[in-house]
Design a protein around this ligand. Structure first.
Ligand SMILES: Cc1ncc(C[n+]2csc(CCOP(=O)(O)OP(=O)(O)O)c2C)c(N)n1
Length: 567
């Protein structure tokens, strides 16, 4: 069967199980768009800005565990996705980005809308391709999806020149598994290492499980939870790991790091054994490196060998798939625990961690009578109203940290947030991507009044495809997180962080045909949120909150985890 390059692309996406594409057309992809109506199984969501498309593909991927796909034109279409590609790269999210390119004879001639997107994205993709030979296209697509989802997942870009889209060649999707000589992620656990880790856990008096986003992407939450519960091991997680262990379990310490809990940060500091699973020791997590977990033996399990020994000294480095390793570790630990004297009890340590939790739980000063609504109370209200049964996306800043702290995530893939890059404008389009995957779920973007203005145009997309995402703006009138740093470390010099000219968010929602609500008094909060969550429309709830509320605890930059500023 002879097909054009555009047809081969769309046929191949179908073979990879793609059901939705987030995209925006242009001259360099017009041949692909011309063919799209012939592929009714590929739903295309037309965005308003290419940054929206890539964040939507990313949100879709985080919520489903599948590969998210976006399609954009050459030049500005391609460069508009770079922030989103870097966002996905930093958080190891599987996405495939298809960019149009100028015809091959024009490449390198400064042609109209030409940009070297392969060069530009080399440092922020797991891999990228410029396909000049149509006979290689199907194989390239198959490889791209395999690379995106296997090993340490990440974004893969395919740049496809316009003339290649128009040429014809025979189509056959390559059968079987992909095999690449230069790429062989090591997945299988090593039995000796499994035994060694089980013995270390058995002997440890003060162990902590430290989980990262790798637990979520490996689908290892159940194994992690089983390990912790069977052997009384307290658990903390990074922002990216939230949800991989139930937030209502007594063994849960809360998130660690700069805005982590007192209990989590003290447990890390006091621990004698840390089992780091699918986490990468980001500086927001470790604080002052030389004092991070300095009394502990460090075991680090990661599918990506380059992430081991990168930031901290690791005593037991393990390259393996987190789920396979934890499965084997559970079996080994259960055998060991049955032997008389095989397992040192951890009850004293559990008592200690519980005492830390009781001493300084996450808290905030309640609003004075007639005072402002507290942003933390808004997150708590969302949790109460939904019983935690929703997908939460966040923007970046204080809103993100409060959404992390005050919502007890119980399941993986229920929090979508830009952890590594910290991309303002991420949350709303990511929420749309998740809603496209799960039309019947409640999807809520917890936003700041600054961040939401970065991709607000996607309200049109949400309206167009009847994706009823709820945006809850914690409106403090500031770029709050920066203002907090200015207050604490820059003599309250609130330079360019006041958002005193802002749109009327209720009217803005209505201008798009969506629903808008405003809450200024605490007594109206819950009822308004309930009303908003019940509407079938996308909507904005603009909650006017305490303008100078801060996120605590806070470990100042460069300090050790126990040097926290508390409420
Ligand atoms: C694209 C982008 N630009 C700048 C920043 C730096 N930054 C981090 S938090 C923040 C303030 C966010 O303000 P807002 O969205 O109003 O949320 P709040 O902190 O008030 O909850 C800024 C500017 C960023 N993270 N991303």
């Amino acid at each position: 069967m002879e097909l054009t390059g555009a047809q081969i692309l769309l046929e191949s996406l179908g073979r990879e199980g793609v059901d939705v594409l987030f995209g925006f057309p242009g001259g360099a992809v017009i041949d692909i768009y011309h063919q799209l109506p012939n592929y009714p199984n590929l739903k295309h969501i037309l965005v308003r800005h290419e940054q929206g498309a890539i964040h939507m593909a990313d949100g879709y991927a985080r919520a489903t565990g599948k590969v998210g796909v976006c399609l954009v034109t050459s030049g500005p279409g391609a460069t508009n996705t770079v922030t989103g590609i870097a966002t996905a790269y930093m958080d190891s999210i599987p996405v495939v980005i298809i960019t149009g390119q100028v015809p091959t004879p024009l490449i390198g001639n400064d042609a109209f809308q030409e940009v070297d997107i392969v060069g530009i994205t080399r440092p922020c993709t797991k891999h990228n391709y410029l396909v000049k030979d149509l006979s290689q296209l199907a194989k390239t697509i198959k490889e791209a999806f395999y690379l995106a989802r296997s090993g340490r997942p990440g974004p893969v870009l395919i740049d496809l020149p316009k003339d290649v889209q128009q040429q014809r060649c025979a189509f056959k999707y390559p059968p079987g598994e992909v095999s690449m000589r230069s790429y062989n992620p090591h997945r299988e656990p090593n039995a000796k290492q499994v035994r060694k880790v089980a013995q270390l856990l058995a002997k440890a008096k003060r162990p902590v499980l430290y989980a990262g986003g790798g637990v979520v992407s490996a689908g290892a939450s159940e194994e992690l939870t089983r390990l912790a519960r069977a052997h009384d091991l307290p658990v903390t997680a990074t922002l990216m790991g939230l949800g991989c262990f139930p937030g209502d379990d007594p063994l849960w310490l809360g998130m660690l790091g700069m805005h982590g809990t007192y209990a989590a940060n003290h447990s890390i500091a006091g621990s004698d054994l840390i089992l780091a699973v699918g986490a990468r020791f980001d500086d927001r997590v470790t604080g002052k490196l030389s004092e991070f977990a300095c009394k502990a033996k460090m075991v680090h399990i990661d599918i990506d060998p380059t992430s081991i020994q990168k930031n901290v000294r690791v005593d037991v480095p393990i390259v393996a798939d987190c789920r396979l390793f934890l499965q084997a570790l559970n079996a080994e630990a259960e055998t060991l625990a049955k032997e008389p004297g095989g397992w040192t009890p951890k009850d004293k340590w559990i008592e200690q961690t519980a005492a830390w939790k009781a001493e300084h739980p996450l808290q905030y000063k309640p609003a004075a009578e007639s005072g402002f609504i507290k942003p933390q109370a808004v997150v708590e209200a969302i949790h109460r109203i939904t019983s935690g049964d929703c997908i939460v996306a966040t923007e970046v800043g204080q809103n993100q940290m409060w959404a992390a702290q005050f919502f007890n995530y119980r399941k993986p893939r229920t929090l979508l947030t830009s952890g590594g890059l910290g991309t303002m404008g991420y949350g709303f389009p990511a929420a749309i991507g998740a809603q496209a995957a799960f039309p019947d779920k409640l999807v809520i973007d917890v936003a700041g009044d600054g961040s939401i203005q970065m991709c607000i145009q996607e309200l049109a997309t949400a309206m167009c495809y009847k994706l009823p995402v709820k945006i809850v703006i914690l409106n403090n009138g500031y770029l709050g997180m920066v203002r907090q740093w200015q207050e604490l470390f820059y003599e309250k010099n609130y330079c360019n962080t006041c958002m005193d000219v802002a749109p009327d968010f209720v009217k803005l929602a209505e201008a798009y045909g969506a629903a808008g609500f405003r809450v200024t008094e605490a007594k109206d909060l819950e009822e308004t949120l309930r009303k908003a969550f019940a509407t079938p429309l996308p909507c904005i709830v603009d909650v006017v909150v305490d303008p100078e509320e801060n996120v605590y605890p806070m470990v100042p930059a460069g300090k050790s985890l126990t040097e926290m500023i508390l409420v």
